[in-house]
Ligand binder design. Sequence first.
Ligand code: ASP
Length: 450
Amino acid sequence: MTQEKKMTLTTKVIMGMGLGIAVGLIINLLGLNAGNFIGDNIVNGLFASIGMMFVTALKMLVVPLVFFSLISGVMGIGDIGSLGKVGAKSFALYLLTTAIAITVAITLAVLSGIGEGVNLPTVTAFTVKEAPSLSSVLINIIPSNIINAMAEGKMLQIIFFSILTGISILMVGKKAEPMAELIEIANEVMMKMVNIVMAAAPYAVFALLAKAIANLGLDLLADLAGYVVVLIIALMLHLFVTLMGILKIFSGMSPFIFLKKMRETQVFAFSTSSSNATIPVTLRAVTERLGVSNSVASFTVPFGATINMDGTAIMQGVATVFIANAYGVELGMTGYLTVVLMSVLASIGTAGVPGVGLIMLSMVFTQVGLPVEGIGLILGVDRLLDMIRTAVNVSGDAAVSVIVAKSESKMDERIYNDPEAGILTDENLGIDEAAEQELAEVVQETHDKS
Ligand code: ASP
């Protein structure tokens, strides 16, 4: 066996990330990212296409995967009562972690005094978005047309329909067995498809990061160093202290194992800046590497990707203080409390896609009366920060999934504690020839009979 064969996908993905960042930095520092062959054809041509193809392939998996895995999860959970408990617990934990995240972020930002004396004229235009009202968020959970909901990737609507389908299959009972079986199989097939797409990850991660970093305004980073540093500290604090503390206290599971097994998912989130596109990878990591039963994870992961955005909430807290200080606006206790409430609400009504955090921020600003143009100040550095906060977002989804699963006895601790569990290598990524042969024979037999 060659050395290459033994290398796990995680190792390769992390190498892709390191190399991508290095190449991107070099291109950026040499100013080669635009107006020349490398910039136009390699960075914004080749790298951009490889990256985009990969993200699109991930997105392609999301809807069918959530649909089949959630129906199979509902069928596997046993009783409807425990489904309700999983829903209530994860919802409460998602709200709690988001509220803690933004409170800590605001406190840190206020203490550091960022934003005072910042140059205001660098402001660029930013369009305001209306905050979705609570009633519209609620009404929008129910799809009027499921095909339309799937076509538009409306996660809460897909979740709603899938749960209802699962429950109905259970209610039909014995007669629905073939359908239940078919869905189980479809779920397995989709999971395999995730593995196939993931095999391309090391190259795609390289391309995504090389392009993103090459095009970043690094000098802008220096101008806004205060904001960037406080934000990154708050994000790290949340990931390593708050989330890991909550994980340990509520589930007793080891944070070290959790972080180790989540590394690959975090890199995916970091490179794609989208919790939604990362759903297939998060779901795979949570079930196959952390041992959470599909009956819990198939709900908590897509639900979390949609409503739980701790990293985004942290950005909103830090950005609010930064911009309030820059404009010399006193928000006061009531103002900050409104920010906390609004951020939590806004995160429920918006999906985890790149850059959505800024849109949510504009909703928060309108509510507390801060100038929305202020967002223009931080627009330039948001691309990089979006990457980091998305990695924190998906970690929150996974941590809550583990806590809920543990409390519902829907978790296999042997898998959690087994360092090898669910690892992808070149060997298990390939086609199993025996299985392929077996299937070919079955297909041939059915064909001959008919
Ligand atoms: N990109 C983030 C996510 O998908 C959302 C955001 O903060 O913009 O989770």
